[in-house]
Design a protein around this ligand. Structure first.
Ligand SMILES: [Zn+2]
Ligand SMILES: [Zn+2]
Length: 336
């Protein structure tokens, strides 16, 4: 079968590998749609965990092609998406319901071959039926489930004022979830003004070009909640100044794993600031499916290029260099 492989730092290609065989409890999925994510770019740039060669792709939807021995709840032909994170359910973190810190953790598209291929394997315990949700929308359930996890951690207070930095697909999901999660006012900032137009159309109360944020905060005061969805360390560092006293900075975007920022501990102390992280998702896939099923999240404005698998090497180079607009979706078995 055809697969997109990352062979090493900055090296990728489309090649042919064997169709995997489902083991006990596993599903073989015919991949219909795969979303390209910042994490894939980090893997491409060597800024993430996992080993090469790897077939990336952890945001996907598809059809069950074959079931391994012992599979109970799925059958050939079922339309599915899946939580790509495969937890051991046996380590102290899993036993404490902190599955995303599993010490014996694997993830499709990160440590195991993922969805940038015609077929992939996923354990039955990770798979979810998607009902009538389109395959393209279903490929965006995983990032939405990560956003839901972050929002669950934030547990925002009613009538808060939120600033979202970065108006890519993740920032625009946070915008929509923040609004239904009790925010009285949501501002969005980005360096790309085209993205701010999309934010405005999705209900942002204010859009602020990135260079003007500190001036805006000086004039209007800080925010109860600031969400970084850029993953740019210098942006995270400056974001702390936009948080109101007793407020929270959510570090959501994935910064390079060896990056560093400078914070003033006196400021954290004196202003009672909270710096909160949010990693992947934790049993929030079902919540994300219900939001999409219920039509509560506009996903079409978040989708950019619709591409074939063969285009991936060029697309990855463009994406890693920040030259793509919104979520690129790939169709490993042809356009839907
Ligand atoms: Zn992702
Ligand atoms: Zn575990």
């Amino acid at each position: 079968m055809k697969a997109y492989l990352i062979d090493g730092v900055g090296k990728s290609r489309v090649g042919v590998i064997a169709v995997p065989e489902p083991d006990a409890g596993e599903l073989l999925i015919r991949v219909m749609v795969t979303g390209l994510c910042g994490t894939d770019a980090h893997i491409f740039k060597g800024e993430y965990f996992g080993e090469y060669p790897i077939v990336p792709g952890h945001e996907f939807s598809g059809i069950v092609e074959k079931t391994g021995p012992g599979v109970k709840h799925f059958h050939k032909g079922d339309r599915v998406s899946a939580d790509p994170n495969i937890f051991c359910d046996n380590c102290p973190e899993c036993k404490a319901n902190n599955h995303n810190f599993c010490t014996d953790f694997n993830a499709a598209g990160v440590t195991l071959n993922g969805a940038m291929a015609a077929y992939m394997l996923i354990p039955e315990k990770c798979a979810f039926p998607i009902g009538d949700i389109s395959f393209t929308h279903a490929a965006l359930i995983e990032p939405l489930a990560c956003v839901v996890h972050g929002q669950n951690l934030l547990a925002p207070k009613l009538a808060n004022r939120t600033l979202i930095i970065g108006a890519g697909p993740i920032g625009l999901m946070h915008l929509q979830v923040s609004k239904m999660n009790g925010a009285a006012f949501v501002a969005v900032s980005d360096v790309k003004t085209g993205r701010l137009d999309v934010a405005k159309s999705l209900g942002a109360d204010e859009v602020i070009p990135a260079p003007e944020v500190s001036d805006y905060v000086r004039r209007h005061g800080g925010f109860d909640i600031v969400i970084d969805s850029t993953g740019v360390p210098s942006v995270v560092q400056s974001a702390l100044a936009y948080v109101k006293s007793a407020g929270t900075l959510l570090v959501f975007g994935v910064c390079p794993n060896d990056s560093a920022i400078t914070v003033n501990p006196y400021e954290i102390f004196k202003r009672e600031l909270t710096i909160m992280g949010s990693f992947a998702l934790r049993k929030t896939f079902g919540q994300a499916i219900r939001l999409v099923e219920g039509g509560r999240i506009a996903l079409d404005p978040l989708i950019g290029r619709r591409a074939a698998l063969d285009e991936m090497p060029g697309l990855m180079a463009d994406f890693a260099a920040g030259r793509t607009h919104m979520k690129t979706v790939v169709y490993p078995n042809g356009l839907e």
